[in-house]
Structures are given as C-alpha cells and as structure tokens.
Design a protein around this ligand. Structure first.
Ligand SMILES: C[S@@+](CC[C@H](N)C(=O)[O-])C[C@H]1O[C@@H](n2cnc3c(N)ncnc32)[C@H](O)[C@@H]1O
Length: 179
C-alpha cells in the first residue's frame, strides 16, 4: 500500500468500537443515502454494514486510488467515488440527486486549517436531509469546528478509549426548519 501517510493521517485503521459508535449515530429512518468521507480500508464502512445499513445505501468518497480498488473488492454493492472530500459541491453536482441521510467522516480534519474544516462541515450540512447528521471522529477533546448555534446543532459522544488513539465522535445537525 503506497498511499500518502500525511493524507491518511492515522497509524492504524479505526477500531471496531469506534466504528460501532460512529454507526450508532446514524438515524437509519431518515430517507436518503449515506456518504462516507475518507473510508480508507473500510473499517468504519464495516461498522455501518454491521449496524444493518445495506451496501446499496452507501457512497464511499475516497481520494486514494489503491484504497478505492480495495473498497471495490470488499464492498462491491457500494458506490465508490474517487475524489476530494473538500470539494463536496462538485461531488454533489456529479453524484447526488437527493438529500443525504447522513455523512460519516473519517477524514483527518485536524490536519487542515480551521477555515477549511469549517467549509467542509457547512458544505456537508447543506447536502443533508433536515433530519440528517454529519458524524466526524477526532482524537481531540475539542470539536473540529467550534459550536455555532446560528449555523448548526452540535453534540458529542463519550470518549471511545478502545482505539489508537482514543477518539470522540462529533455530531453536526442542520438547524431546525423554522415554521
Ligand atoms: C485517518 S484515515 C481513516 C480511514 C478509515 N475511515 C478509518 O477510520 O480507519 C483517512 C482517510 O481519508 C482519506 N482522505 C484524506 N483526505 C481526503 C480527501 N481530501 N478526500 C477524500 N479522502 C481523503 C485518506 O486517503 C484515508 O483513507
């Protein structure tokens, strides 16, 4: 595997415990597909499938060509898109025709400047169903994009200790639609 270590941003794939915690945040009753950003070797994908989400509901957006090949072999029923998760507008215009139920992100967001992180979260929220959620883990105890009650709702899970490194899961949701 010759993928760029800086882009990959993790020593090992996420643990099963973290994958379960991420998948548990997805409300499967919300209509729409589920987009995974930066699936890598598919450890979070496995958690989504184990939670009962069918492969046909998953779109995997991954930059690394070798990862895309591996994901295609492991999860042939998913839609795999090789591309840049920081260009969600282009991804949406090329691949989406309806709002997403959820975005599940394993991107190493803290490797990027705050303005870029914020743009990704806001662009992601724009693609969601009103009841949808954008789920991101980090190794930090602070959120990748700070709370902004004018722009989104933000919550977090307890820390998942059984992971290298211990991680926290952040859930960003669109503001409720006003009457
Ligand atoms: C920290 S690894 C996480 C892999 C897996 N989701 C996990 O949790 O074990 C980050 C993944 O995001 C991918 N990635 C990094 N930047 C990306 C970008 N701009 N667009 C799409 N994928 C990206 C990397 O290639 C890598 O597969």
């Amino acid at each position: 595997m010759r993928e760029d270590p800086k882009r990959v941003g993790a020593l090992t794939p996420s643990s099963r415990g973290l994958a379960r915690m991420m998948a548990a945040q997805v409300d499967q009753s919300v209509n729409g597909k589920i987009l995974e950003l930066g699936p890598g070797t598919g450890s979070l994908t496995a958690g989504l499938l184990e939670a009962g989400i069918p492969e046909e509901r998953l779109i995997l957006l991954e930059m690394g060509a070798e990862f895309c090949t591996m994901l295609g072999e492991r999860y042939p029923g998913t839609e795999i898109v090789q591309g840049d998760a920081f260009d969600l507008k282009k991804f949406a215009s090329d691949h989406l025709d309806a709002p997403l139920a959820a975005i599940v992100s394993g991107l190493p967001l803290f490797n990027h400047e705050e303005a870029r992180r914020q743009q990704l979260i806001l662009d992601g929220l724009n693609l969601l169903h009103p009841d949808g959620s954008l789920i991101q883990f980090t190794y930090h105890v602070i959120p990748p994009v700070p709370r902004d009650d004018q722009a989104f709702r933000l919550s977090a899970t307890r820390r998942v200790w059984w992971n290298l490194f211990p991680a926290k899961v952040w859930i960003y949701r669109p503001l409720p639609v006003s009457e």
